[in-house]
Design a protein around this ligand. Structure first.
Ligand SMILES: C[S@@+](CC[C@H](N)C(=O)[O-])C[C@H]1O[C@@H](n2cnc3c(N)ncnc32)[C@H](O)[C@@H]1O
Length: 750
């Protein structure tokens, strides 16, 4: 990071930006027009840095590490422990990762992992690993073992054509008696399968609903979306699948579909374990992008470039669509003019291809600060030089009329343009992950959690309660929604797809709003204004911001009863006196004590410290009881759904579950208390964040665990209501939640 900053700062000294920002193309044209020696120095700085980023690599050491891990996996696999198979899968996965480009070891690691995955019941993944092993050159002598395994998995997956193919291949090999027996068995299975049913590829048909249409306002708010008909709360307004996203913080999620619950991640062997796929199919689908990014991942430079990495992905994904419009263009200027023509064409309808919808997103670079603009220019230039020097990206333009230099100019300008657009239009997607897991560990391979594929053990659902931002993602349809502090949509992120539900009833012709910041229930007006102005360059005039008391909703979650025995009145803190920060419990806000607005006495919150002390000692059952009582006593100071009550409930529940997870058994009353506190917390969460929010669902997992263990009373109504929330989860999580419900909870409906 430091090296890049140093180079950028030296480059910055060599360029002067015009006072008036014109556009991305003019910007790079003026850089190209720098005096030759200056321009060379400017570019050499970046080119040298790109070379310096190359990382040493020792294939022999990789092979050694991989072999050790695989051998460790073999020992575990042969062992008798309950978790042997999944633990072996973890070690074999580590062996696959560590092998990197040591293909001999890689093929063995894949083959062994395939064996363990098959044993555990992950047949699709096991099938892929057999193919991976063969592709990496699995030894000829023993290939029949892997092919037999593939055939077995194909049978389990009911893939008739694949099964036939593998059996044909095995027929041609010389097999010993035992393998011949297996082959004969599988041949019989094939006949049975053929008689059973026609193999049908279940194609998930994504219905392309769109209950919103796009209108344009000549003013600042530009394009916006309105309801084409009355839409009831909870209905789907529109869904969208992104073709471009990047994992945040180099998370190891599938680069193609953003799956986060992978059981057999397949890494790219060339870029030092930084890129993974959930299947061979995803790896294949992403190859057109990755072939240009692989070297950058290898140098580990993409993490330094923020939004420009996503901008690069847009360029890589859309260039093949844009190029046919530009075949005859002979100069950079005419190419750029045509791209801008495409970007300006009126919005035909929501069915315009994604690259056009993305080209048409608004950009706010003309309003960016000089420092911000310079940074994005230097990032775009850096990436263009990377593509030129370290990939064959520019070869595709050889058949075009314009020169490679022209295309270099265009690509720099396009990366800059997309980066500028993404600053105002980019989104971040979330998913439920496990807290505190090492970055190179995978949820689906944790033996403590699972009883079989996609079925958690009883009492383990709460481990999937950590909602984290995992992707920076381009969704040009969702980007058409303008901002209001009370959004009309609830967006569900499902890998790289989104589904937008109506968050309230919306009337025909009403504008459909997204919320770009924390909403009016979760922030003061002043706290929202700043990012809206800084990032999105507008002042919010939504109904919530313009009402007489714009903070009333937020403040209703901050009602106190005064501690002063002579006052004891209910009061709402004054946001101005509190300097727009009511979160006194954070250490950073210690200077912001809460003042009673009735008697003007400062509140000392002695009970808060006592509560935390009880949490720290909640391993002790008498302290635990005192803690439950202290929670009920919070009502003396915190009124209704005070947001601190929710937070303290969370601390309490987490602390108790740490004890439960460590084997402490709570008595019946304690479980009932815990369930009561979670229900209160859920009520508060529903009031402030909505009862379909990720916050709600995350906290609900704790109640499901208590119910699954038959430790608290419940009603059919409560169970069915909670089951309904699963709709708002990504499909891979929905499957796990529904399995859990069916395995442990459904039975209690009776
Ligand atoms: C994600 S885009 C929304 C779609 C945009 N109106 C368009 O024409 O493409 C965000 C930009 O739209 C404008 N915008 C969004 N909400 C607005 C609002 N409530 N008032 C004024 N401008 C708004 C701002 O320029 C903001 O940077």
């Amino acid at each position: 990071m430091e090296r890049l900053a140093r180079v950028f700062s030296k480059q910055d000294e060599l360029i002067t930006l015009d006072e008036d920002y014109k556009d991305e193309f003019e910007t790079f044209k003026s850089l190209a027009a720098l005096p030759v020696d200056k321009r060379q120095r400017f570019q050499q700085l970046a080119i040298k840095l790109l070379q310096d980023f190359e990382q040493p690599h020792d294939t022999k050491k990789c092979a050694e590490r991989s072999r050790n891990l695989r051998e460790e996996g073999n020992l575990v696999f042969r062992g008798s422990s309950e978790d042997a198979v999944l633990n072996a899968c973890r070690l074999y996965t580590a062996a696959v990762f560590e092998a990197e480009d040591a293909v001999d070891e890689l093929s063995l690691a894949f083959a062994n992992r395939g064996m363990a995955l098959q044993e555990y019941g992950y047949y699709r993944e096991a099938y892929d690993d057999c193919a991976n092993a063969l592709e990496c050159g699995y030894p000829e002598k023993v290939r029949h073992k892997v092919i037999m395994r593939q055939a077995y998995c194909a049978w389990k997956l009911e893939k008739i054509a694949l099964l036939e193919e593998h059996l044909d291949c095995l027929e041609k090999l010389k097999l010993n008696e035992s393998f011949q027996q297996q082959l004969d068995n599988l041949k019989q299975k094939l006949e049975l399968l053929k008689n059973q049913a026609n193999e049908q590829e279940t194609q998930e048909k994504v219905e392309d609903k769109a209950l919103g249409e796009i209108l344009t306002d000549p003013g600042q708010r530009g394009r916006y979306m309105v309801a084409k008909e009355n839409i009831s709360k909870g209905n789907v307004i529109f869904s969208e699948r992104a073709s471009c996203f990047v994992p945040l913080q180099q998370l190891l999620i599938c680069q193609q579909c953003a799956a986060s619950l992978m059981s057999a991640p397949i890494p790219c062997p060339k870029c030092h374990q930084r890129v993974v796929y959930c299947s061979r199919k995803c790896r294949e689908a992403h190859s057109a992008i990755h072939k240009y990014e692989c070297a950058a991942y290898r140098k580990d430079l993409l993490k330094l470039l923020g939004v420009s990495h996503l901008a690069l992905r847009l360029v890589l994904a859309y260039i093949p669509h844009i190029m046919p419009h530009l075949q005859e263009r002979t100069s950079a200027q005419s190419i750029w003019d045509e791209i801008m023509n495409l970007a300006r064409k009126p919005e035909v309808c929501e069915h315009a291809p994604e690259y056009l919808r993305s080209l048409r997103m608004v950009s706010l670079l003309d309003q960016a600060s000089k420092a911000e603009l310079t940074y994005h220019i230097l990032c775009a230039n850096f990436l263009q030089l990377y593509l030129k020097g370290h990939t064959d990206f520019f070869d595709q333009f050889r058949s075009m009329s314009a020169s490679t230099e022209d295309w270099q100019l265009i690509i720099s300008a396009l990366i800059l343009r997309f980066a500028g657009q993404l600053l105002a239009n980019g989104h971040v997607g979330d998913a439920l992950l496990v807290v505190g897991m090492e970055p190179n560990e995978f949820v689906a391979l944790q033996p403590d959690l699972w009883q079989k594929p996609r079925h958690l053990k009883r009492g383990q659902l709460h481990n999937l309660s950590h909602s984290e931002l995992i992707t920076a993602i381009n969704l040009p349809n969702l980007s058409l929604c303008n901002h209001a502090c009370e959004p009309s949509i609830r967006t569900k992120f499902d890998g790289c797809s989104v589904v937008n539900y109506a968050a309230k009833d919306i009337l025909h012709g009403e504008e459909i709003f997204n919320c770009y910041t924390r909403d009016y229930m979760n922030s003061l007006k002043l706290q929202r204004c700043e990012p809206l102005k800084d990032v999105y360059k507008f002042e919010c005039a939504c109904t919530k911001c313009t009402q007489t008391d714009p903070d009333q909703n937020y403040l209703s979650f901050h009602r106190y009863r005064c501690e002063n025995p002579n006052c004891r009145q209910e009061f709402l803190p004054d946001a101005k006196v509190q300097r727009n920060n009511l979160i006194w419990w954070l250490a950073s806000n210690i200077e912001n004590p809460i003042i009673c607005t009735v008697c003007q006495e400062r509140q000392h919150f002695a009970w808060y410290k006592e509560f935390l002390e009880l949490i720290w000692s909640c391993a002790d059952s008498s302290k635990r009881q005192a803690l439950f009582k202290a929670f009920d006593d919070l009502d003396q100071w915190l009124v209704d759904y005070h947001s601190l009550k929710r937070l303290l409930a969370e601390e309490l529940v987490n602390a108790c579950f740490v004890e439960i997870d460590e084997g402490t058994s709570l008595d019946e009353l304690a479980y009932e208390d815990l369930a009561r506190i979670i229900r209160k917390q859920l009520e508060g969460t529903a009031a402030q964040c909505g009862d379909t929010s990720m916050e709600y669902i995350a906290r609900m997992t704790y109640l499901w665990d208590i119910i699954a263990q038959k430790k608290c009373r419940t009603s059919k109504k409560e169970l069915l209501e909670m089951k309904g929330k699963v709709e708002y989860l990504a499909s891979e999580h929905r499957e796990v939640f529904l399995n859990y419900y069916n395995d442990f909870i459904e039975q209690q409906c009776n």
